[in-house]
Write a protein that binds this ligand. Structure first.
Ligand code: ATP
Ligand code: MG
Length: 282
């Protein structure tokens, strides 16, 4: 059975997409896992990181994105084809060979509004469009990683409706950590609505600055906070090479892409943390 993990936060720009992409690539190249990435964000960042903007344009023209899937679900039509939408063997890193992607689209912005209307009139259908579509292929994968937009709108809820667990990336400063209790509460409440628990795997410290007093004290505070289940032991430091990973540039290895001055080890360590948590809690 595939384990499904959503990456979620109410705060934008905290590294959700960077971490989701890194986890998929390291799960594949370092831990031999088959991974499906699902990009639920209309900003299409994960999609362009994995397949380039050029290839996305073509897919979008052909209706091979999640916007087409949701449009079908809303209008009761049947244009979306899972087989042609799933992009196989994505990532610009040669060593990464077992990551597939369901691409997003800028058109999801409008879909989001229509989906909100459907959620009011037919909540069951509005929440299960994604889960039902992915069902035929899901057990081919060891992990499904879902990158969510920085909100808990109906598109994100489609991700949560099929998620076993979630991680919360945060920059360790006051404004970024502020929304963590809200996220936990909203996910818990949604779990109650659908009748099962969506497990909190942990908070992921992102863009950590080892020379920052605020970052140091915020991490300590998070670790002491009894309402936070778990701060994963490995952090991702702020680094130029990690920022550059957002560009679709060919690399031979993960060390080449993420950098070999601690960055590779941090991503590998974080991936190991997530796999350990998932194996023990799911
Ligand atoms: N460890 C890091 N070091 C340096 N830059 C980073 C790091 N992680 C992410 N970034 C950069 O910070 C910006 C935001 O990161 P990212 O897009 O991953 O965040 P996000 O939470 O997905 O944002 P959004 O909420 O808009 O989806 C990007 O420009 C990214 O390249
Ligand atoms: Mg993002």
């Amino acid at each position: 059975m595939a384990k499904v993990i959503a990456t979620i936060s109410l705060k934008g720009g905290v590294g959700k997409t960077t971490i989701t992409a890194g986890l998929a690539e390291f799960m594949s190249a370092e831990f031999g896992q088959r991974v499906l990435l699902i990009d639920l964000d209309s900003q299409i960042n994960l999609t362009t990181m994995m397949i380039s903007e050029e290839r996305w344009f073509t897919l979008n023209d052909h209706g091979d994105t999640l916007a087409a899937l949701f449009a079908d679900g809303i209008h009761g039509e049947n244009h979306f084809c899972l087989e042609s939408a799933v992009q196989r063997g994505v990532s610009p890193v040669k060593r990464v060979t077992t990551v597939d992607l369901l691409p997003s689209s800028l058109d999801l912005i409008e879909i989001q509004e229509e989906l909100s209307v459907l959620r009011a009139t037919d909540p069951g259908r509005a929440l299960t469009i994604l889960r039902d579509a992915v069902k035929p292929v899901i057990d081919y994968y060891d992990y499904v990683l879902i990158d969510c937009p920085p909100n808990i709108g109906p598109v994100t809820l489609n991700g949560l409706a099929m998620a076993d667990a979630y991680i919360i990336p945060t920059i360790p400063d006051h404004l970024s950590t502020y929304g963590i209790p809200q996220i936990q509460k909203r996910v818990r409440r949604f779990g109650d609505e659908i009748g099962r628990t969506i497990v909190e795997l942990g908070v992921v410290i992102s863009k950590f600055k080892s020379n920052s007093r605020v970052h140091g004290s915020t991490v300590k505070r998070l670790r002491r906070d009894p309402t936070i289940q778990n701060v994963l032991p490995n952090y991702i430091n702020e680094a130029n090479s990690v920022a550059a990973s957002a560009e679709f540039t060919p690399y031979g290895t993960l060390k080449g892409k993420y950098g070999n001055q601690g960055q590779f080890d941090q991503f590998r360590g974080l991936t190991s943390d997530v796999l350990t948590e998932a194996q023990s809690k799911l």
